[in-house]
Design a protein around this ligand. Sequence first.
Ligand SMILES: [Zn+2]
Ligand SMILES: [Zn+2]
Length: 290
Amino acid sequence: MSLRIRHPYIDDGFQWLKGNLHTHTTNSDGARAPQACVNAYAALGHDFLMISDHDCLTDPATLNSNGIILIPGYEITANGPHLLHVNAPARLDPVENRQEVIDAVRGIGGFAIMCHPNWEEHFNHCPQEKLAAWQGYAGIEICNGVCVLSEGSGLALDRWDMLLSAGREVWGYATDDTHGTHTEGNAWTVVQALERSVEGVVEALVKGRCYASTGVTIERIELEDQAIRIVAPNADRIDAIGDFQRMAETFRGPEASFQCSSEDIHSYVRFECHGPEGAMAWTQPFFIER
Ligand SMILES: [Zn+2]
Ligand SMILES: [Zn+2]
């Protein structure tokens, strides 16, 4: 039986661009002024940056980009679970009904990423029932760097796998959510961009043509026949993860070649690359249809 395998990646005609979508400045509760933040991420070698203050949109035109692609956005904060409004031409009213907010975000040409679901002492900043009920958001923060300094967990792979296992097609993103300098650059997202521009980065992000990282670099993500090949030069192990976070296979070293088979029970498979000092990278899911 032949399988239909869907995934967001492309083989060529793109450039890898790395960036952070969740950055606080003195426009809310961050330590650095917006321009100092832009300069710091330029020095880190980031290609794109979204300043995302709490319910406050910073106009990128007021800043010297320093060669970084500045994506307009902010973090919708008041009245409910936080979400990033990416590619925001204007600030929206943070009403309690987050479905209305997500719809409004899309209505003006942006997209939504639900933030740090496992943050706070109860590890439940954003309840799973809500993530399951809301429609139209692009994905969730599977890794939020500032949560290492805070209560709860910055990782939300559990939430992601529950959504994916229920048949939802939502993407995983990593951000550092920096408020000072301690976590600056400790998590990021890398896109396959068709062009080096706001439009190029946003298009790749919303389509899931990206991977999330805390330090592992993925060089190749490709599908040939029914084999998925991942090359991550600084990984020493790559795990293939399927429905409900079941381990489908594990590969030693920097390359994985996962053969999808009709006998397999997985409706999707995604890859976690483990590298030095706990660094990781996460691909988006490959959906397997029989
Ligand atoms: Zn937040
Ligand atoms: Zn934040």
